[in-house]
Design a protein around this ligand. Structure first.
Ligand SMILES: [Fe+2]
Length: 433
């Protein structure tokens, strides 16, 4: 794994402060959840909350303490088996689809594990000499971003867990006022020979590099995400009944799984309702449609006569629109505590909802950039080995931790996945539809 560090993070005090912030935020997200809530695995793709809390701890224990701590011994040998996610080179691990069987260690015991590793990481970082600290800073920073990825997953996963409980429990957050869908605008983008991919000293995952050139025909991008109002029109026009709109694999899923609406939509006495982290509510017409598979996003785009953007088009459009800096651009990320997509607001002449709200499906397969090489060792398994049968999403969502969204971030899921907070933005022109 190649992780680039800010110079400022190579100072021990700064690293420890940042470590404490990231670690305590995970515990804050888990705090509304009972030990029982934290144990359930509602489907194979979902992991229990306490598993997330333990796995991110295992990550620091494995990739930092085991490498650098004098006289290292694991906190518990079995935890290496239980909380290894997918690192084949680190030995056998417990079956992903059966993480809900891990009733012990309990949520409290996981907290003890976290506390032990936290103290040891602080000790290690505060006693390393400057050269050693510089060498390990990249790994520590990777641990921060890894834990932030799991903070987002923790919320996506508990949303699914709570959705299958007949009592429809509430996690938290607050509903936005009911809104109307505003007019869709378009932003023209010139195209040409452009550069995409990460550049500079800030952090990126290895899959965002190398930066490289690519050719884009002129195109245009919708200035906001597709809304529930628009999605209801798609449904009313037989969107889920017309095979000509669907990719073959998508149509097979529609029929095999009985898709009639986005995940979490339920028809209650003739009114569509949506399960959210702040409860079940009538579908709000002005909000972005979310929890869509890539297949649904593609079928909708076909229905409109438009298409999904490629990931390169998405990135270049955002740069061209002056929103390359995610922090500066802002957006509806997890710090708004809506934990749900918001309305786009009035047109601005620029792209709206770029960062946050919903991860945006692109038409790009998740593939290595030209010249990409996975790093040596177990950390090389972080991203590279998943570059098959997945599609790229861009931008972040309302569950993404602040500071974790960025221009070149390449999220990826299989095209049938619906439990991620995913939506779509249309593109037109340029590449063939
Ligand atoms: Fe992980």
């Amino acid at each position: 794994m190649t992780a680039r560090s800010h110079d400022s993070l190579q100072d021990a005090d700064t690293l420890i402060e940042r470590f404490d912030q990231v670690r305590s935020h995970t515990e804050q997200l888990a705090s509304p959840l009972s030990p029982e809530d934290q144990t359930v695995q509602s489907m194979a793709d979902v992991s229990p909350t306490k598993w997330h809390r333990a796995h991110v701890t295992w990550f620091f224990e494995t990739f930092l303490l085991a490498e650098a701590e004098s006289g290292f011994t694991p906190f518990q040998d079995q935890y290496w088996f239980l909380f290894n996610s997918y690192y084949e080179s680190l030995g056998p691990r417990f079956t992903r689809a059966e993480r809900g069987y891990i009733t012990r260690p309990g949520a409290h015991d996981v907290g003890v594990y976290r506390g032990n590793v936290d103290a040891r990481v602080r000790d290690l970082v505060s006693t390393l000499d400057g050269g050693s600290l510089e060498k390990l800073a990249g790994t520590i920073e990777l641990g921060f971003h890894h834990e932030q990825q799991h903070q987002e997953l923790l919320l996506m996963d508990i949303k699914h867990v709570l959705s299958v409980n007949p009592l429809q429990p509430v996690y938290g957050g607050c509903a936005a006022p009911q809104s109307e869908s505003d007019q869709l605008g378009w932003v023209d983008v010139e195209g040409g020979l452009v550069e995409v991919g990460h550049v500079g000293d800030g952090f990126s995952f290895d899959n965002e590099m190398p930066r490289h050139r690519t050719w884009l025909e002129p195109y245009r991008m919708a200035d906001r995400l597709v809304t529930n109002n628009e999605w209801l029109h798609f449904m009313a026009d037989g969107g889920y009944d017309r095979p000509e709109l669907w990719l073959s694999d998508g149509w097979a899923r529609v029929n095999a799984e009985g898709w009639r609406a986005p995940l979490y939509w339920n028809d209650l006495d003739g009114v569509w309702h949506e399960h959210t982290l702040h409860g079940t509510q009538p579908v709000d017409p002005g909000l972005p449609t979310t929890h869509l598979s890539h297949y649904e996003a593609d079928a909708y785009a076909t229905w409109t006569g438009k298409r999904l953007p490629t990931e390169e088009e998405w990135e270049h459009a955002v740069v061209s629109d002056g929103q390359a800096d995610a922090e500066e651009a802002g957006g509806n990320l997890a710090d708004t505590e809506t934990f749900h997509a918001r309305t786009a607001g009035p047109p601005t002449g620029h792209l709206r909802q770029v960062y946050g709200d919903c991860w945006e499906w692109t038409s790009s397969s998740y593939l290595p950039y030209p010249g990409f090489h996975a790093p040596d060792g177990a950390i090389g398994e972080y991203n590279g080995k998943f570059m098959s049968n997945q599609m790229v999403l861009r931008g972040g969502c309302a569950l993404t931790p602040p500071g974790h969204a960025r221009l070149t971030y390449r999220n990826f899921f299989p095209p049938g996945a619906r439990w991620a907070m995913s939506g779509l933005r249309l593109a037109d022109g340029g590449a063939p539809a």
